[in-house]
Design a protein. Structure first.
Lengths: 310, 309
């Protein structure tokens, strides 16, 4: 497994890094793809919902945990912060849908898109006004010792990201495939009028979709904050790339979003290592991927090619 | 004070040209483009670079900048516009970021984050149009607004032609339009290129007037500001777009004019732009002026009456 003169253990290391990044993209991409599946529009405010969730977790966490003293309940506090973030983002997502998108459900396609961009700008700038533009860092909830498996170095953060990401995706998958509400969601995304004739409350399902998508974004936000930092525009680039991940997997397709996120994370990591793309131009990779996917396989790598009907 | 009015008129004119281009894409064709600032940056940097490297005159450089921006418009538009319009929004959002990234990192050509500060002054009939001299300002106002008026006229001609009707048909219902035999991809890419080239020309004028450019000027918020001009005035109405450009430029320059800009955080301005987008969409989607719809029935009737006479 030795190509491009990179030792194989290093390659494995990059694989872990790529998977970690990919897990975060996947979590965000799920929110995009679920909303797109039901309402057929891009929720541009998704990245900002993620950011608000991260801030909620940050403030809750630093309120309860003093790094100087330490605490024996650190794990419990962290999980509580994660839950708070999920709740805050879910509430925000539902509110945004209710006030900024719902009045435009019957409007031309352009209207909700413009409204979503407006919401995203409002949130990012309000956050900058209230929380300041300074980036903040979580004090690590776990000790910083690096776990060594063979020649691999894995940080506890990476284990946390991969673990939480995996749990979240599996539970979402189970929820959508096995529960009655999940079935209602699938029905709504397939055909709204018929779903509502079957006694499904469409408005409630749409709210639920926003709540779940936003809660997953909040999880991604908290995980990102572990690895990187919390700042008002943290969600913008991550959101953009996660959307590209959703397109890679086939937008509207839940499995696709998970796979697409992982693929994009790996491509970005290996693009920098193998192709030697400078760090400053790292963002161009995702963009190039988008253009290539749209050129050669616009319906994503998983989805069958479905023509748009009247 | 007088000087300040001229400066505002110059910036309004430049933004109006860019906004007219964006309105072609967003207003008339119903496609969301979020990188007009990217095209402005491309125009501005093309002008700056070729004027410095090849000693070309400003006006040739301006036309070339329009062409270069159009070329990039084609590169973005070609893969994304064959599909549904939604992808364009994301692709253009990414493209705007990439343009800035490339400009920031390509030090040998663009001088990186420092920007280019030595753009030669444009000459008009042998007269130097320097940014620093006050005499040149009225002349700048005149030149820029002549170009704006020319763009307005060309767009008006375009919209009231077969092409314009095709664009409106695409906006109202793309599937119906394509079943009427309109090659939707061709028209969408074409209109996107036209919008991009107007952005490039606006950027070139920006570089020529200010003689100094830096990458951070052309950020995402500039694209949003131009989008707000189009939305506030009225989507799909060139006249309203110019009005929108005037209102938004004055509103964002006013704090500086009355000397309270240091007290207002810049984010407040952007929150205002966000609110404009959301509230206009919910309460007045046609904009403050409204969309002028061509009344085809009336035109047809007049023509019939005309022929009967």
């Amino acid at each position: 497994m030795n190509f491009f003169n990179i030792p194989s253990n290093e390659l494995l290391q990059h694989l872990i890094n790529g998977l970690t990044l990919g897990a975060i993209y996947s979590l965000i991409a799920l929110g995009y793809t679920m909303v797109y599946g039901i309402l057929k529009f891009i929720n541009f405010a998704h990245g900002e919902i993620l950011m608000i969730g991260a801030y909620a977790a940050y403030y809750f966490y630093s309120f309860l945990y003093d790094p100087a003293k330490g605490s024996s309940f650190i794990m419990a506090i962290f999980i509580a912060a994660l839950l708070i973030a999920m709740f805050a983002s879910a509430a925000l997502g539902v509110l945004i849908e209710r006030f900024a998108y719902k009045p435009l459900r019957k409007a031309p396609r352009l209207a909700p898109l413009l409204s979503a961009i407006g919401v995203s700008i409002i949130l990012a700038n309000l956050a900058a006004l209230f929380f300041g533009t300074k980036s903040r860092k979580f004090e690590y909830p776990f000790d910083n010792t690096i776990i060594q498996i063979g020649s691999l170095n894995i940080t506890p953060n990476q284990v946390m990201i991969l673990g939480v990401g995996f749990v979240m995706m599996v539970s979402l998958k189970l929820f959508i495939d096995k529960t009655k509400l999940g079935k209602a969601m699938r029905a709504t995304s397939q055909n709204q009028p018929v779903a509502s004739l079957m006694g499904i409350n469409i408005n409630r399902i749409i709210s639920l979709t926003f709540a779940i998508g936003s809660a997953l974004a909040a999880v991604a936000g908290v995980l990102m904050a572990l690895e990187f930092k919390v700042y008002p525009t943290m969600g913008t680039m991550a959101g953009l790339k996660a959307f590209i991940a959703a397109v890679v997997g086939g937008i509207g397709n839940i499995n696709g979003a998970m796979v697409g996120g992982i693929i994009l994370g790996l491509l970005e990591t290996f693009g920098v290592v193998i192709l030697g793309i400078p760090q400053g131009l790292k963002d161009t990779i995702a963009f190039t991927v988008l253009i290539l996917i749209l050129l050669f396989r616009p319906s994503g790598i998983l989805l069958k090619n479905i023509k748009e009907k009247v | 004070m007088e000087n300040f009015i001229f400066v505002i008129l110059i910036y309004t004119g430049i933004y109006a040209i860019a906004a007219l281009g964006l309105n072609l894409v967003v207003g008339y064709t119903g496609l969301l483009s979020l990188c007009q600032a990217g095209f402005i940056a491309i125009g501005a940097y093309t002008t700056a670079i070729i004027m410095n490297a090849f000693n070309t005159g400003f006006w040739e450089s301006m036309l070339l900048s329009g062409l270069v921006a159009a070329l990039f418009g084609f590169i973005i538009g070609m893969p994304t516009l064959r599909l549904r319009g939604d992808y364009l929004a994301i692709a253009t959002l990414g493209f705007g970021e990439i343009v800035q990234n490339v400009i920031m990192n390509w030090d040998s050509v663009t001088n990186g984050p420092m920007g280019i500060h030595s753009i030669p002054e444009p000459k008009l009939f042998g007269m130097a149009l320097s940014a620093s001299s006050d005499q040149a300002k009225p002349l700048w106002v005149l030149t820029i607004w002549i170009i704006a008026a020319l763009s307005y006229y060309l767009i008006r001609r375009l919209i009231r032609s077969r092409v314009g009707r095709a664009l409106e048909a695409i906006r109202e219902d793309e599937i119906a339009a394509s079943s009427m035999g309109i090659n939707t991809a061709k028209y969408k890419v074409g209109v996107f290129i036209a919008g991009a080239s107007l952005g490039g020309i606006a950027g070139s004028l920006y570089a020529g007037y200010s003689q100094a450019i830096a990458p951070l000027t052309f950020n995402f918020m500039m694209s949003i500001m131009i989008l707000c001009m189009v939305v506030l005035g009225g989507l799909g109405n060139s006249f309203a777009t110019v009005i929108g450009a005037i209102i938004i430029t004055i509103a964002s320059e006013l704090p500086r004019l009355i000397g309270i800009s240091h007290r207002i955080p810049p984010q407040l301005n952007q929150v205002l732009f966000g609110c404009i987008l959301v509230f206009m969409m919910i309460y007045r989607p046609q904009g403050i002026i409204g969309r002028i719809k061509l009344n085809y029935a009336k035109i047809l009737k007049e023509e019939i009456l005309h022929t009967e006479k």
